[in-house]
Design a binder for this molecule. Structure first.
Ligand SMILES: [Zn+2]
Length: 179
């Protein structure tokens, strides 16, 4: 399955996997604020980044928000990695793609500090914070996918989604804002 973050095998994923057990994402107010600010900063383009942290039983505890570049800003490079059907319609304003090299370095750095990739976030400029079909098709099970809507440059709703094991449905994930 191709994925925005799927070009490099993620050896950690199998070890992290709690098959079929619903998990909860624990995130701080400051972390949600960092995601909102990134969304506003990159408006009208989609921003993207990763959530790093630790798994404690059935909780994914976010400890860091790592901003990443949306390489849909570089269409010729992005097309080589994960082509879109319609380059005129599918741009950095409604698609994001993480550079696999930046992703690899980010994952290595996280692991060296004892952190795991818990999920990813991106923004929906002038669109609701609901996953698109494209988002679902390019997601992996288990990971948390945070979406922030940014309306006219102002960050609004923030939601979180998790893909079912069979890849069929993208369900809302439980989120607790903690201190
Ligand atoms: Zn999206």
């Amino acid at each position: 399955m191709p994925s925005p973050q799927g070009y490099w095998a993620d050896e950690g994923r199998a070890a992290l996997h709690h098959r079929g057990v619903p998990m909860v994402l624990l995130i701080t107010q400051a972390q949600t604020e960092a995601i909102r600010q990134h969304g506003a900063r990159d408006y009208p383009s989609e921003c993207c980044g990763a959530l790093l942290g630790k798994v404690n039983g059935e909780a994914k505890q976010a400890m860091e928000v790592a901003a990443l570049k949306n390489i849909r800003h570089n269409p010729s490079y992005a097309q080589e990695l994960l082509p879109v059907d319609d380059l005129a319609r599918e741009t950095e304003r409604n698609r994001f793609l993480i550079d696999p090299l930046e992703q690899l370095l980010m994952e290595k750095d996280a692991r060296s500090r004892g952190l795991d990739v818990l999920g990813y976030y991106h923004s929906h400029p002038d669109h609701p914070a609901r996953p698109s079909g494209y988002d679902r098709e390019h997601a992996w099970p288990w990971y948390s996918y945070v979406i922030v809507s940014v309306e006219r440059g102002v960050a609004k709703d923030l939601t979180c989604w998790v893909l079912a094991e069979d890849g069929g449905v993208f369900d809302p994930e439980s989120v607790e804002v903690v201190e």
